[in-house]
Every structure is written in structure tokens, then in C-alpha cells.
Design a protein around this ligand. Sequence first.
Ligand SMILES: O=C(CO)[C@H](O)[C@H](O)COP(=O)(O)O
Ligand SMILES: [Fe+2]
Length: 221
Amino acid sequence: MANYRIAPSILSADFARLGEEVRNVVTAGADIIHFDVMDNHYVPNLTIGPLVCEAIRPHVQVPIDVHLMVKPVDRIIPDFAKAGANIITFHPEASVHIDRSLQLIRDHGCKAGLVFNPATPLHYLDHVMDRLDMILIMSVNPGFGGQSFIPEALSKIAAVRRRIDDSGRDIMLEVDGGIKIENIAEAARAGADTFVAGSAIFGKPDYKTVIDAMRGQLAQV
Ligand SMILES: O=C(CO)[C@H](O)[C@H](O)COP(=O)(O)O
Ligand SMILES: [Fe+2]
């Protein structure tokens, strides 16, 4: 079986009890904590910033994967690195200098990645494959949790999987949006190895039951 990772998105957690929520979801089997940063400019929603990342950092031993839905990108990167982020991804069309933003993330000791919205072309990968640790394919339009998976994302995941395999590099391929027990295997078959799930996990009373069921689906791929 491939090395699959489940990355609960805390966007759907109870923010009044966030420390307890992240501890519980890691105990339930989360491999990564997915941290959605929205700025009410690049996306029409406002969420959490470096202060909250710093606050949850002592509560989790797994990597924190910061998904920046912000524009501009660069000035917030050092703050997230200092706040304990391990992986930082951003949307290429939100950065003026993509290569510089990727380098900034790496210079601050974090893994770096690009995020593709459903209608963002993959040509942004052309000259930066050697600088990527993660490629994130959005299977919803960014801005909100709880949306339905867009099936066209599957062919895009497959195209990225080919590009990663051709590169010979160890790049995580993450899918984000509408992932649940019923469709996680499809995303894995298309080539994803890292699965963000917000509402599907935090919307249920028992996180372990959901994560175990997701792993059960992945075991059959
Ligand atoms: O980046 C995001 C939205 O922009 C979230 O990570 C994503 O939507 C997760 O939530 P859900 O699993 O409920 O779709
Ligand atoms: Fe996300």
C-alpha cells in the first residue's frame, strides 16, 4: 500500500476548544493538521493566522500544513514559519514571483507547495518542479468547508501524478475539498497520497471511526 496521509482540516473544528480538538484528531490517527488561512481578499472568507498556529503547535506532534489562501503571499510566510508551520502552500496566481515565494518558504525551513484551484492551469508547475515538496489540487473552489467534491479534479490529480513520477522527485500530492469516506479511494486511485478532510471528520462525533474507515478504503486501492 502506498504511504497515504490523512490531513484533517481544522476549518470545521470547534474553535472554542481548538487545543482539545487537534489533540483528539491526532489521537484518532491524523498524520498532518491542515490549517486553512483565508484573508477576505483572495477568498471571500476570513479565518485564522499565525497566532492560532503558534497556539496549537504545542498540542500536536504531527506536521502542520498551512494552506495560504491569501494575497499577497510573501509577507505572511516568515510569521507562519516562526509559528511552527512545517509545510506552507500558496496559490500561484496570488503570488507576483512564484519562484521567490517558494524559496522564501524553504529559506525559513519549511516544505513548500503550490495549490491549484479547479480552473487554475497546471503550467505553473513548468519551471518549479525541483522546488516543490507538495502539490495541492483543490477539488472545490477555495473559501469554505463543507462543499461537494468536483469530479473533474480526478483527471487533474492523474495529470499531476504523471508529472511527479516523471520528475523522479518525492513530492506529496494532496487533494483538498469534499473528501469523505465514499470518495477517498477514487482520489487515491487517481494518484493522490495526502487527503484533506474537514467536515467529513470534524462533523462527526467520533473522529477515529471516520479516519479508520478512510484508511479501510485506502487499503483496498
Ligand atoms: O481549503 C479549504 C477550503 O478552501 C478546506 O481545506 C477544505 O474545504 C476542507 O473542508 P471540507 O473537507 O469540509 O471540504
Ligand atoms: Fe485547505
